[in-house]
Design a protein around this ligand. Sequence first.
Ligand SMILES: Cc1cc2nc3c(=O)[nH]c(=O)nc-3n(C[C@H](O)[C@H](O)[C@H](O)COP(=O)(O)O)c2cc1C
Length: 311
Amino acid sequence: MTDKSQPANHVDMTVNLGGLQLKNPVCTASGTFGYGLEYEEYFDPAVLGAVIVKGTTLEPRPGNPPTRIIETPAGMLNAIGLENPGVDVFIEQYMPELRKRGVTVVANIAGNTVDEYAELARRLDAVEGIGALELNISCPNVAKGGLQFGTDPDMVYQVVYEVRQNTKLPVIPKLSPNVTDIVVIAQAAQSGGADALSMINTLMGMAVDIERRKPVLANVFGGLSGPAIKPVALRMIYQVYQQVKLPILGGGGIVSARDALEFMMAGASAVSIGTGIFVDPYLPCQVIEGLQEYARQHGITRITDLVGIAH
Ligand SMILES: Cc1cc2nc3c(=O)[nH]c(=O)nc-3n(C[C@H](O)[C@H](O)[C@H](O)COP(=O)(O)O)c2cc1C
């Protein structure tokens, strides 16, 4: 029986990401789209599957000194160092605006210790309008926390477990690609109680200024993002999809609907777009339309039917 309430070529774009209901699979990646409000002159952030906001810490952070960003072939290196105004400002200033606009918000949290992650989870659990917590356990640009959590399976388990005990929200650890075996890390996150996995964060890299004869970035190392990392991201998502029973929020170098389709076919239930937004702020909308168009052309009525289809 056909559903008469829907036009013949209707595509169901909704996705359930570990309990977080998205109107479509397209999200903006943490740290690349501010709080969404900064991009309102381009489009309404409420049209997105979700806005994953800039990483939040308990206390405000000034970030690293400059130089913090440089362009590379097919990508960029950043060492922002989690600059942010702290969780109180996020809750008191940004969340009311995001709530008013009906934006699906995923908060991204980072701590120096397991207790700090737990405390952030507790604080945000009580805030209306937050749909899920993404745990940044993979930031290569800060001295403490960050990467040191995300590369050790025991630490991944502990952080996820403690956050799980302190929130009812879906918990989505963001995995680092700077590891030998991503599946082991994903399994540790699953054992700790994760509802979904976000992957991948940036790959650690560096650049040298040949006139100064010094590293370009003040932090020496930075995170590589953009199209350069797409094949690595796809490979890791493909591997994890086969071994772990959690939905995946996939990203890393997406600059077109075609890229997003590759991620979904490799196993991502939803996608995140980061560096591509710096080139074209309308990109997330184009990807939503491109996914719809592909589905219509191929007679697909539910976008989720594409998830993992390349296996
Ligand atoms: C300037 C910049 C800032 C970022 N800040 C964060 C952050 O605060 N928290 C986080 O989890 N990831 C952060 N990321 C990583 C992105 O969310 C994303 O995972 C990564 O850039 C790969 O996707 P892309 O190639 O589409 O950019 C940042 C990336 C960039 C380029």
